[in-house]
Design a protein around this ligand. Structure first.
Ligand code: TXA
Ligand code: MG
Length: 347
């Protein structure tokens, strides 16, 4: 299959209606279309067609027990897909939609089980990207869309990343610029007792808890090796991984780790953040990225930095771990899934 990239915005950021129309045509025919959201690019199909949704699993090589997020245009469309719309959902949707927040709720029958991996709940969000919103509105049906990468690979934050990872597997990629938010949405379970974050994101548990005026729990077992918890496979330990081994080091360990790696003749790429980038490194580094020191800006840049380094034929990527602070939850989560900590690594 040939993969086309169609620009969906002109240079002034105005929607190009012909591209949206072309995408709608593909989606109505049950084909897949990759499209930009504010978090990462999604691989979309008609969420109400089990047949179309099955193609997503096939193209990604995604295990059928990993449910998909359904993208809708507004609260009303979200409500049409669920049996219960709790007060918390209304409050958070008013505060954060369109935005990087996904609710897990009890599903209506119209949602095929292919979408929910056989489960009784469905994950739903309204994406904050003009192209995604225009596309969903023009389709008239909701779009099931995981990140537009092969299963367990890095998520794409540009149309080019999608093409590199899924070229030949998707008919059309709508190009809408680099993603603003940069890591996947926060997944919040609202289908049982207390609100629980199943996958951290830029909107942290603390932040949600402030809006709700009650505690929001961070799911335990998330990412823990050997854990039986499998409610949200985004919690699995290896996920979002680059091809090159990624080693995570506390700030104080960066220099010793680097010295050891270079003494072993390794071709190293270094990712540090803010002002703590070690100086006087000489010419030992094959690649270097200095990341911003705010969690939001770091998240925006994270996947692009990993994609870039992954193209450099390195032996190892060394990344300075951001602080263990709630604001960094989402970024630390993705790094921990993509790499191994220096203290646990025999190099
Ligand atoms: O930002 C995002 O969420 C992006 C963009 C495209 O919207 N999408 C995304 O989709 O990251 P995906 O498929 O890569 O991740 C979906 C996550 C997985 O961790 C999945 O297990 C979880 O949502 N999930 C989906 N449905 C669920 C359900 N019914 N119960 C629990 N977790 C669910
Ligand atoms: Mg994904």
């Amino acid at each position: 299959m040939e993969t086309r990239i169609s620009p969906a915005l002109n240079s002034q950021g105005k929607l190009l209606d012909e591209s949206i129309a072309e995408a709608v045509k593909c989606l109505r025919a049950g084909e897949l279309v990759a499209f930009p959201t504010e978090t990462v690019y999604g691989l979309g199909a008609n969420a109400l067609s089990a047949e179309a949704v099955a193609r997503i699993f096939e193209a990604k090589g995604r295990p059928s027990n990993n449910p998909l997020i359904v993208h809708v245009a507004n609260i009303e469309q979200a409500r049409s897909l669920v049996r219960e719309w709790p007060a918390e959902a209304q409050q958070l949707a008013e505060a954060f939609w369109p935005g990087p927040l996904t609710f897990v709720l009890k599903k209506q029958n119209v949602v095929p089980e292919t979408v929910t991996a056989g489960g009784d709940t469905v994950a739903i969000r309204v994406p904050a990207h003009p192209v995604a919103l225009a596309l969903i509105e023009a389709c008239g049906f909701p779009l099931a869309a995981p990140s537009a990468n092969r299963s367990n690979q890095l998520s794409p934050t540009t149309a080019e990343h999608v093409k590199r990872g899924m070229g030949g597997l998707v008919a059309l990629i709508l190009e809408g610029g680099p993603c603003e938010s940069g890591i996947e949405s926060t997944v919040l379970n609202l289908s049982s007792a207390g609100p629980e974050v199943l996958r951290p994101g830029v909107l942290t548990a603390n932040f949600l808890s402030e809006v709700l005026g009650k505690p929001v729990i961070q799911a335990v077992g998330a990412g823990v090796a050997g854990s039986e918890v499998n409610l949200s496979p985004g919690q699995l330990l290896t996920h979002y991984a680059p091809r090159t081994p990624l080693v995570l080091a506390a700030s104080a360990d960066v220099r010793p780790a680097l010295e050891r790696m270079t003494a072993e003749q390794k071709k190293v790429g270094l990712l540090t953040f803010g002002k703590t980038a070690p100086d006087n490194l000489g010419n030992v580094l094959a690649a270097q990225e200095i990341m911003p020191d705010s969690p939001e800006a770091f998240a925006r840049r994270l996947y692009a930095a990993l994609h870039n380094m992954d193209e450099c034929e390195l032996d190892v990527m060394l990344c300075e771990m951001p602080p263990d602070h709630p604001a960094w939850e989402g970024v630390r989560d993705r790094l921990q899934r993509a790499g191994k900590s220096y203290s646990q690594t025999k190099l």
